[in-house]
Design a binder for this molecule. Structure first.
Ligand code: NDP
Ligand code: OXD
Length: 319
């Protein structure tokens, strides 16, 4: 009987395991504890063919000698790429449920800053009833760093609202949205961007990319009175001290931070206390077992029929 193991550190692995077991009768589905450890006999692990993983511990991975494939329980795979992995295919989540959640988050945060949310909250606290000048969406350029599955869908959700849009990618591509790519494309991309939305994966190339220099290159003369930074990709792609400094000196007029380099955000981080910053706890687009388990079960069934897996990660590029 084929054995499947679910390791979902910090999440409810049993929920995923129950759903996979219901979808794949004839398979043995095991689940690890919330801390990522496995409490059953070590002999179970030697039989595991398929691993469903979110932040698996290295020692557990090292005790799976018969793996055939790994499925990330999220869209991101940095939690796997930072480990020593066996030479098996790694697939990730690409799914309408997760993608819609991310598009909602991006629209929510873009509108919050565009519709002067922080200023109105400030006024409400002071019991001030005063209309502020509201720029039109068409006067604002939203630049999306990382124009992949999520970036493209976020742009499609923003387009009908009238925002001007642009994206930045690693490789050259054509799209109805204006795209820039690579190191040479970054400065021109930033120079015309009022609201920067990062949906980048964390790779050796993107680590620490959003720093003082990048934030300082954003357009600050736009109608929002400064640039806005929204990060729902990965925290490791930003230099948090530089974000704090940019907020403090006015380089940034606001920010929305869903991800930080070390989660949870430290209680004493200055990011909590800016009234023009929205902090959410890595909640932009959660992986919901009820929506996503079927996709992974179908991938396992396909692999067993000898078919090629989809949504594969390119190990060399890290995403
Ligand atoms: P994709 O792989 O579809 O897209 C990644 C995009 O980033 C691509 O456009 C890619 O360029 C670009 N990119 C990668 N490296 C570079 C680089 N060095 N320079 C410029 N561009 C680069 O990923 P998704 O859109 O599906 O997901 C993006 C990320 O969102 C995930 O990796 C994850 O970290 C994060 N995420 C966060 C969630 C949350 O709740 N906060 C939930 C889900 C995902 P190219 O097109 O050339 O390949
Ligand atoms: C993901 C995430 O990568 O939730 O899917 O961050």
């Amino acid at each position: 009987m084929t054995t499947v193991l679910v390791v979902a550190t910090g999440w409810d692995a049993q929920d995923w395991a129950d759903r996979i077991a219901a979808l794949l009768p004839g398979h043995r589905v095991l689940s690890a504890e919330r801390d990522g450890s496995y409490s059953g006999p070590a002999s179970d692990l030697t039989e595991v063919r398929y691993l469903l993983a979110w932040r698996p511990p290295q020692p557990l991975l090292d005790s799976l000698p018969n793996l055939a494939a790994i499925f990330s329980l999220g869209a991101g795979v940095d939690h796997l790429m930072s480990l020593r992995l066996p030479d098996v295919p790694v697939a990730r989540i690409v799914d309408p449920d997760l993608t819609s959640r991310m598009a909602e988050y991006v629209v929510w945060q873009v509108l919050h800053h565009h519709r002067l949310g922080p200023a109105y909250v400030r006024q409400q606290k002071a019991h001030i009833w005063r209309e502020l000048d509201q720029p039109a969406a068409a006067e604002i350029t939203v630049g999306i760093l990382g124009f992949g599955h999520l970036g493209e869908r976020a742009a499609a959700a923003l387009a009908p609202l009238g925002f001007r849009l642009r994206g930045w990618t690693r490789t050259a591509r054509t799209h109805s949205v204006e795209l820039f790519h690579g190191a040479d494309g970054l400065q021109p991309f930033l120079a015309g961007t009022d609201i920067l939305v990062s949906l980048l994966p964390l790779t050796p190339e993107t680590r620490g990319l959003v720093d003082r220099r990048v934030l300082g290159a954003l357009r600050r003369t736009g109608p929002l009175g400064g640039a806005i930074y929204i990060n729902a990709g990965r925290g490791g792609t930003q230099v948090e001290a530089d974000i704090v400094a940019a907020l403090a000196d006015g380089t940034l007029a606001g920010a929305s931070i869903d991800v930080v380099s070390s989660e949870p955000l430290a209680p004493d981080s200055p990011l909590w206390d800016f009234d023009n910053v929205v902090v959410t706890p890595h909640a932009a687009a959660s992986s919901e077992a009820h929506a996503l388990a079927a996709q992974i079960a179908a991938q396992i069934a396909a692999h067993e029929r000898g078919e090629t897996l989809v949504n594969l990660v390119e190990r060399r590029r890290g995403y």
